[in-house]
Design a protein around this ligand. Sequence first.
Ligand code: PNS
Length: 214
Amino acid sequence: MREASELLRGLRTGVAGQPHSPFFLVIAPFVTHYKAMRTAIYPGSFDPFTNGHLDVVQRASRLFDRVIVAVAKSDGKHPLFLIEERKSLVEQSIRGMRNVEADTFDGLLVNYVEKHSAQAVLRGLRAVSDFEFEFQMALMNRKLNDSFETIFMMPKDTYTFLSSRIVKEIARLGGDVKQFVPDHVQAALSVKLGLKKDKESPKSVTQTGAESAS
Ligand code: PNS
């Protein structure tokens, strides 16, 4: 608030009491808007994006001017979907949300956050079991870069049991995941797992065990 009132006073008086040029008066509102922009990064493996993730994004989009769902490469977790596939599933899920976008990143999260001048990193917190890992990650990120905050958001209570890992397991075993993921994610799971079954790839079984719980 103080920042805004100082800016308004500056607009009236200009430098050393002189009025500002017309050009400055025209661009000033945009400069003000840019300064006030609040960006949040929502990082994750999103393998695949679930209704729980979507719920967090919807809540965040009401709090921040810009929300970037940042799909991590997460090679070490041997994801089922390729990074571009995961990004595409996010894009289809956020269609129509004007201040939300999807992106991919590789490397340190703190570098990505800095590159986008974001003020916050968002993480969904479902249960106490999530807390230890999330706490460690948030504090480590703060050690690496103290210029942003990690904010934990609780998804709707009906999603507290939901995870990408469980969704994949249910789908793989022929269960119905309709209520847990957007329709296009369900379709993508069927195709992906169907293809894998056709090929009878033993590698896909190994990959399953190493996937993350998120
Ligand atoms: O959905 P996930 O797999 O739980 O997301 C974890 C993720 C991708 C947010 C985390 O592994 C991450 O930030 N990876 C980027 C690499 C990094 O910055 N590692 C240091 C974290 S302290």
